[in-house]
Design a protein around this ligand. Sequence first.
Ligand SMILES: Cc1ncc(COP(=O)(O)O)c(C=O)c1O
Length: 477
Amino acid sequence: MSMRDDYQNLSDLLQDVVSATETFHGALPERPVAARKRTGGPSTDLPGHGIGGKAALREFLDQFGGDLSGSVGSRYFGFVTGGATPASIAGDWLAGAVDQNVASPGDSVAVAITVQALNWLKQLFNLPQTSYDGAFTTGATGANFACLLAAREWAGEQAGYDIARKGLAGGPPIAIYSACPHASFVKVARFSGLGEDSIHAIARIGDTEEMDPNALEAALAAAPSDQQKIVCASAGTVTTTAFDDLVSIGSICRRYGAWLHVDGAFGLFARTVPELAGRTSGIEMADSITVDGHKWLNVPYDSGFYFTRRVDLIERAAGGLPAYLDVESDGLPHYINRVLEGSQRFRALPVWMTLCAYGADGVRETVRANVGQAARLAAFLRDSPHFELLSPTTLNVVCFRGLPPDGVENADAWNKLLLAELNAGGTAFMTPGAYGGKGGIRAAFSNWQTRDEDLDQTIVALQTAHEAATRKGSLAA
Ligand SMILES: Cc1ncc(COP(=O)(O)O)c(C=O)c1O
């Protein structure tokens, strides 16, 4: 079957995709939340002659449809995994179908829509419109990377040294200060050439994950005077959803001439509801901010974005247009100059669609519902004789563990068994967590579809898994 033949029947093919999507989404409430494990992937030879789009779709669905994860559904609580709103699914499909490249402006409205989507996001997060600019990225890791490159350029600029041109060797010493950086930030420290060891650990307050501003101040005061300083603060850590005190940290950064980066991949959404917004007070002092779209905004992968006060620095690190890309811009950005990638998917469209369809109220409703659900699960676990909370629940993440039966010595290992029982049950899916030296389980709420009934089912599933793990644990003990 040729591409041309397929294209003539495009509508027929897309109707099949619509039906398959309806079937998949319709089955989400009943199907196991996580796929059964496949040991091997597809291993057939490359087809010489293709079978056409409709047959290929059937082949995919028959062979693999049952092994997709239900991560878009309402009882998937692993990692921090958002779902996909209806309008964002439509936007995502369209983004693929119209296949615009937002690397450069000039031939499409896609770049202007990207600018508008970023402006809407600044309004959603109540960030000063004119002070920040940014770009869409593949996710929060991509956003952290872009922000760290901007910070690195800034460090060079402070010392009158052009890092983008000359490289790090010969440049000023650069140190990063952070109390609880996300693993992706450690990764981008490596990618940026600054290295993992350039991250200096700042003490946390008591047994929390929150940076101690006094410890930060002491570290900056003791640092060599020629050292350029980058502070990476958290607006929502993955285990305890800790927010660093940005008011204090921001003013310390200003006093000591440090760049302030804030990783708010999912925590920045606290800012969308007045009762939680205070946790990010002071963020206006940030030089750069990372946020994810594919988490709490509930748009499909991949979607992240960043904001910075110094987009010119990223453009220095990532910019440089060869003649064939130097098209007329009409004052619009060349996004190729703001991220690692050259050609870029029209990532703004699913975001634009979901914000246009449901507005700021839609986002607030999801955030409020998820925060309430996390609190309700935490209350059940606190009151149950079979579970304990490992940390206080203050936003959308619950970190806990099951109490093993008498005779089980290794509670961490037994909790792995408990988690395996829970996930094998198929009602709910959670992932491992650890806090205070204790291994356990983490449940993150970030899906617009999650309802109180889902929580009822999840609580029953947890009790059942606890009973099963208790039986197996007792037999083994
Ligand atoms: C605080 C934080 N930063 C960064 C990331 C990395 O995000 P992504 O997987 O979108 O690259 C995450 C993901 O969980 C996160 O929670």
